[in-house]
Design a protein around this ligand. Sequence first.
Ligand code: IVH
Length: 666
Amino acid sequence: MKKGRYQELKQILSHHDYLYYVLDRPEITDYEYDQLFAELLKFEKDNPSLDTSDSPSLRVGGKTLEAFSKVNHRTPMLSLSNSYSPEDITAFDERVQKILKGSDPVEYFCEPKFDGLALELIYEKGLLTQALTRGDGATGEDVTENVKTIRAIPLRLKTPNPPPLFEVRGEVLMFKEDFAELNESQQENGQASFANPRNAAAGTIRQLDSKVTAQRPLRFYAYALGVVEGKTFVSQQEIEDYFFSVGLPVVTDYLQEPLRQICLGPEQVIQYYHRIEKLRHQLPFDIDGIVVKTNLVSVQEDLGLVSRSPRWATAAKYKPEQSETLIEQILVQVGRTGALTPVAVMMPVRVGGVTVTHATLHNQEEINRKDVRVGDTVIIQRAGDVIPEVVSVILSKRPKDSVPFTLPDRCPSCQSKVIKAEDEVVTRCVNPFCPAIVKESLKHFVSRRAMNIDKVGDRLIEALVDAKLVTSFSDFYRLTKEQVLSLERQGEKSADNILRSIEKSKKTTLPRLIYSLGIRFVGEQTAKSLANHFITLDRFLDANQEQLLEIPDIGPRVAESIQSWLENKDLVREIKKLEGLGLSLEAAKRKSTGPLAGKSFLITGTLPVKRDEAKDLIEQNGGQILGSVSSKLNYLVVGDDPGSKLEKAQSLGVQILSWEDLKKML
Ligand code: IVH
């Protein structure tokens, strides 16, 4: 009976991963998923003898490795010949025709060339037993622990009679949106940000601590076979259809545009190349070209390979959108964790339809690698179509008197000596009283997802800190009206609003409070887990390493960071003071009543209010926010400049609401 529930939970969770990642049609909210997941984890903790080899609990990661072991591929992972010009597709076709000596147009299977990282998944009797990187093609690295945390990858194939051996090849990648979010939190936590989604995916798959990989949003698309026993295929089309049928994600269509296509002869392939090029920037992930494969496996066998590339496939790449501009200045910003980030200020330039003026230079290592200097003319491109990236310096245009750029050895804000740990790329100011760090910490504390003190903006914090009226979190709750009025440009009315908004923030929840402390590596999700585990603030403040490590999604690195924060008795005392100042923590309950109860919502475009505010409003009225458009979505709330969600929702017949329509429902 109990065991039955365990099997059922495993199946339910795998099914929801499948709905989300393979079908792109989620049926439950993240919250409901988390509840089921927690039930599963508890079950396994209470019953240590259970077989967990295909359990979704593997998704949270496991032990930390010393190094990855090297493993030979059963059959080499090949590379593709490629070019940047669609005319070469014709040349490719001519070579194919010549070998085949046929006269009919060749059937080609075309699909996007994903800009990620090639991976081999090995399934034995349907169970995922090993995952290898491509490496040099002959030998890869065993990244199994990490790959098991990727929810898009099934731990067991969805078929009653799986082949005894089934090697699947495909690409690991990160969606552009997820990449932008990850970089934001990396920066917040004072960790190195990534130049583009590809680097982020590569860095993530090569993490020795699989708990870190588990926290990062990786995706996977299958596109080729390795060694297979007990099953044969006639065509590439059939291979990918089989992938899909056993629960592996394959790229199908996007906004009702098919992304894979069978093309007869080179002209159709060239048309496909241009069609996908137009669609390219709208896709949720980066592609750098198309891959053209002869569709029939028999034809592939006839063509064979030359050196390390198959003669039956080729890649036609797209040129990245780049522009040239001049670096006028390199600023050094000090973040909340003291991390120094160099930022290039450039002459405004348009890249891929957007004007850009700033590009992050990440850290000293990156600057050295590219030797970027003030006064340099550089090529920039938009990485992952979001953040501009300096690709290279045009050395011929470098001014004669230019000098290499090095980060200052003193903090630009407090002038204290900065420190760079040997095993880190980030340079840091470690003065806890550094005004820049204090200001950034306070900004985080008041931010919407944290304590939500909405009338206290960045400018006010700068003024409050400069006037020494606020230097710690608790100071907000001691502010008097006279003090606020003593600042420049503060009138009666705005002072009242400020104090009222501070007062309002006293009613909050434990997850919010923990998140607002700005502990390194403790984002919203981890804050929620901590709150769920410790239930009360005091118990959290008394936590030790051992208790922290009991929490499934907390690894040694995060635990250590929390521990060292808790060891700072000044900080702990500071937080305990908050309760004395009237802070009250209510249990974070989900509302299941209200005018929007039982209905699901998603937002696209710009609304008259902030996105988070709109989400909160919906949730406070009993509605649920879904992660993506699906047939389970009841309403799409549409603002200005809606994204691709609108078209998708319309095609699924989802009801569309304006902001006004939504307000009428309340
Ligand atoms: S098929 C025989 N399909 O391109 C080669 N490869 O140069 C079988 N790639 O490292 C590969 N998207 O990571 C294939 N749709 C796709 C691909 C793809 C990206 C990458 C792959 C490999 C490289 C080959």
